[in-house]
Ligand binder design. Structure first.
Ligand code: SD4
Length: 330
């Protein structure tokens, strides 16, 4: 097993060169245009999100950021795209269910003032992050769960609907036949976490998911937990996570990333420290994934994952790009 530390690769330089020519724009080229993505330009509106479906979510957030909208509106509208898309089977409508066949959603959101809202074990309302925002703005609490969260969503006027699509049902029935929990855990971790920086230099973040597929009924992961699935401190930066939530919760992952940045770490270094903490708790090669994205208040971005296979999307200056994250254990 080899521990991997971030470094610039030749291929990335090629990606950067193509970026200059505009060849890698909007197609998820997969490499970093260092000048745009890692530029030192300060206060450039920026959006970063997890996984390939983050590209579409970024576009929606970007539309708002480009019009000088605030980071909070952008982040909410951004992740709503994944929540509404039945093809994204790990978030919102069309999300894979728990082992008993219930689609239960977890989400949270944070604004520039450190305010936070969250819902967990929410059923019947696809835009969990928007319900979380209402919790933040319309109640004196931070988190509502289960029936209470659903009753609140109804009161706030969100439409109730069945989130369990036929496609998700087919997959669930297949799993029930095989009961192959282990390999499925490895494959299914496509929560969307998103961080935004607006033209006023303010940050916001959101995280929304249907959680690990085939989880126990009642299980809640890291995604709605402030400090685990998401953390934003406007004076420092923000971080969000994806992967096996239990591992992230145990190290207060997103909080850790932000605190590392507070002490001067670059976003990518801060993300590596969080995955390193997780790695150290396990004496063997990890058979699960955890990954983090980070955005600091200057607009610098970074990400890291425990094992290979995590990608994240960054949009800035109208250019949207999917990037393979560096990973810790080869
Ligand atoms: C969870 N972190 O519930 C989430 C899983 C995930 O796509 O990333 N799902 O633990």
């Amino acid at each position: 097993m080899r521990m991997y530390y971030p470094r610039r690769s030749f291929i990335k330089q090629i990606g950067a060169a193509l970026g200059y020519l505009g060849l890698s724009q909007r197609i998820g080229f997969g490499q970093t245009n260092d000048e745009i993505v890692y530029s030192k330009v300060e206060n450039t509106p920026t959006v970063i999100s997890t996984w390939k479906h983050g590209l579409a979510a970024n576009e929606s957030a970007w539309k708002l950021l480009a019009k000088n909208a605030n980071a909070l509106d952008a982040v909410e509208k951004g992740v709503n795209v994944s929540e509404n898309d039945p093809k994204v089977m790990s978030v919102g409508y069309g999300g894979l269910p728990d082992e008993e066949g219930y689609v239960t959603l977890d989400a949270c959101i944070m604004d520039k003032n450190g305010n936070a809202g969250a819902v967990a074990f929410l059923q019947g309302y696809k835009n969990a992050v928007s319900v979380a925002r209402k919790v933040m703005e319309n109640t004196r609490h931070i988190m509502l769960v289960g029936e209470g969260a659903a009753a609140f969503a109804q009161k706030m006027g969100f439409p109730k609907q069945n989130l369990f699509t036929e496609k998700a049902k087919d997959k669930w029935l297949l799993w029930k036949e095989s009961q192959d929990t282990k390999s499925k855990q490895l494959q299914i971790h496509d929560t969307i976490g998103m961080l935004t920086l607006d033209s006023g230099g303010d940050l916001a973040g959101a995280c929304t998911t249907s959680g690990l597929a085939w989880k126990m009924h009642g299980r809640v992961g890291d995604s709605p937990i402030i400090g685990a699935g998401l953390y934003v401190d406007n004076s420092v930066g923000g971080a969000a996570s994806t992967g096996v939530g239990e591992e992230c919760i145990k190290v207060c992952g997103s909080f850790l990333v932000v605190e590392m940045m507070r002490r001067g770490a670059e976003p990518v270094e801060a993300c590596f420290e969080a995955v390193r903490r997780i790695y150290r708790r396990h004496k063997k090669i990890p058979d699960f994934q955890v990954a983090f994205i980070a955005l600091n208040r200057k607009g610098r971005v970074g990400a890291a994952s425990l094992i290979k296979g995590f990608s994240y999307a960054v949009m800035r200056a109208g250019i949207n790009r999917l990037i393979e994250a560096e990973y810790l254990v080869k």
